[in-house]
Ligand binder design. Structure first.
Ligand SMILES: [Zn+2]
Length: 494
């Protein structure tokens, strides 16, 4: 199958190999032609995310042929990595994964969603849609963070699939899996369209919060996600054999989990700097790179994922990325080894990770505590009280229901202000401790023109998104005080 797209891609590859691109390719003998061949085949990129999943638990419970984790490790290159020195919370960490910069740039420090960081530091969805709108981009998630992130800015993803339904996170993950498989198989009807898909699994993190990372429930969740990913990988194999297309697949988690229970039925989970909480992994299966299947990377980091995805589509790198493309960065290529026992080698790597220096540890702990306050008030304290009042209002009791309604109104109004102030204080602490202090080198993506194919929203919404492009607390008057944080109700347990 030869298409115009592949010819164009070939020209881009030739430019890269000739050294005219922004990335040096060919540091090792014979690499240039191989890399060129892989890039010609890079028609589909699938990013699989699993929340709060410790690699040591994957190796303990799911390193077997029933699991997609091992299938992907056998097909690609696996790195045990750590995010020590960075916030071990979901939204900050997924923001790093999906923007290619650390929190000292994107400035996201809590699970309260705000769109501004992603107009200053555009997500992988925006970057693909801006540079290569012909790539069909999809996000499939039961968590609002990702559907929100993919919607923000002038260049939203093409298919933003918010999965609802399912009474447990395991059921929701099954629905995400079903939808992902359907969309992978649908590429066989349209084989000349490049695709990027991100599919997110939530249940491991939920089990970690409810029962701890050392629990049987956590084990079962790891096994479930492995089984879901196995089905997804089988669908990829089916699509590959039907079309001859080849798929690049990347898997990642945002952070790990504490192994202990804080209170009966509750684990603090993560947010601090213990090695278990800072634990992460990257599995990278580059289309066509069979020669390195089953390898181990000593150097991949979660921040490398967005540059890698862009490189696969021949999209230029930002000048201010913290990450580098895994398929072509000379240092990362030199950091690939082939251990006789991958499981043991990864286990050894996990055990080599320690704490950040004490100053960083204290600074990030302070940030986690301060940043979490507003989210905690709004997520945990307001809804139960408000719901209780609602039951009284619903009973329509003479006088009492009216009073309850007034009280609920006051609570929601004043309570929201309290949460806002706490959130703003959290962001102030974050800024003072180094989050979001580094401004971008690169200009924001230009706004699409109303009437153009890419323009899907209203001018007002776009301008609202772009009004707060600079790290917001650089302004002393706290410009977002009157803007209620958009609560991600799916992210209550972060
Ligand atoms: Zn969590």
């Amino acid at each position: 199958m030869t298409s115009i797209k592949q010819v164009l891609c070939g020209a881009a590859v030739a430019g890269l190999v000739a050294g005219t691109g922004s990335v040096v390719v060919g540091a090792q003998a014979g690499l240039s032609s191989l890399t060129a061949e892989w890039m010609l085949a890079a028609e589909h990129v699938l990013l699989l995310g699993t929340d709060g999943t410790n690699l040591d638990k994957i190796l303990e419970y799911a390193y077997n042929d029933d699991s997609g984790f091992k299938m992907l490790m056998d097909r690609g290159i696996t790195a045990a990595t750590t995010i020590a020195g960075h916030q071990t919370m979901s939204t900050p960490s997924w923001s790093t994964i999906l923007t290619g910069v650390w929190d000292d740039k994107h400035g996201v420090v809590s699970n309260v969603y705000r769109p501004e960081p992603y107009t200053t530091w555009p997500s992988v969805f925006n970057l693909i849609e801006y540079y290569k709108p012909e790539v069909d981009t999809t996000v499939i998630s039961g968590r609002g963070l990702f559907t929100d992130m993919a919607s923000v800015g002038g260049y939203p993803a093409d298919n933003i699939i918010g999965i609802s339904g399912g009474s447990t996170s395991a059921e929701m993950d099954a629905l995400v899996t079903e939808e992902t498989i359907a969309r992978i198989l649908a590429t066989t009807n349209n084989p000349n369209t490049d695709t990027f898909m991100f599919a997110y699994q939530s249940q491991v993190d939920h089990a970690g919060h409810s029962f701890s990372g050392g629990s049987e429930e956590y084990r079962d969740a790891v096994i479930n996600v492995g089984a879901n990913w196995k089905q997804i990988l089988e669908a990829v194999a089916q699509a590959e054999s039907a079309t001859g297309d080849r798929w690049t697949i990347i898997a990642v988690t945002d952070h790990g989990h504490q192994q202990t229970v804080t209170l009966p039925g509750f684990s603090l989970g993560h947010g601090f700097q213990t090695p278990n909480e800072a634990s992460s992994f990257v599995i990278f299966s580059l289309a066509g790179n069979d020669a390195q299947a089953g390898g181990q990377s000593l150097s991949y980091q979660t921040v490398d994922i967005t540059p890698t995805i862009l490189q696969a589509f021949g999209i230029p790198m930002r000048s201010d990325f913290d990450g580098v493309p895994m398929q072509s960065d000379p240092d990362l290529l030199n950091g690939i080894v082939f251990p006789a026992d991958l499981k043991q080698a990864l286990t050894d790597a996990i055990h080599s990770f320690g704490y950040p220096n004490i100053g960083t540890d204290i600074m990030l702990s302070l940030r986690a505590l301060a940043g979490g306050a507003g989210f905690f008030i709004e997520s945990y304290l307001l809804p139960p009280i408000s719901n209780y009042l609602q039951t009284i209002i619903d009973q329509d009791i003479f006088l009492i229901s009216g009073l309850a309604q007034g009280l609920q109104w006051a609570l929601n109004t004043v309570g929201g202000v309290v949460a806002d102030v706490a959130t703003d204080l959290g962001r102030a602490v974050a800024y003072l401790t180094g989050a979001g202090v580094i401004p971008p080198n690169d200009a924001p993506l230009p706004l699409p023109l109303p009437g153009s194919a890419e323009f899907t929203g209203s001018v007002e919404a776009l301008l609202a998104d772009h009004n707060f492009a600079a790290p917001d607390l650089a302004d002393s008057d706290m410009p977002l005080m009157d803007m209620p944080p958009m609560l991600d109700v799916d992210a209550l347990v972060g």
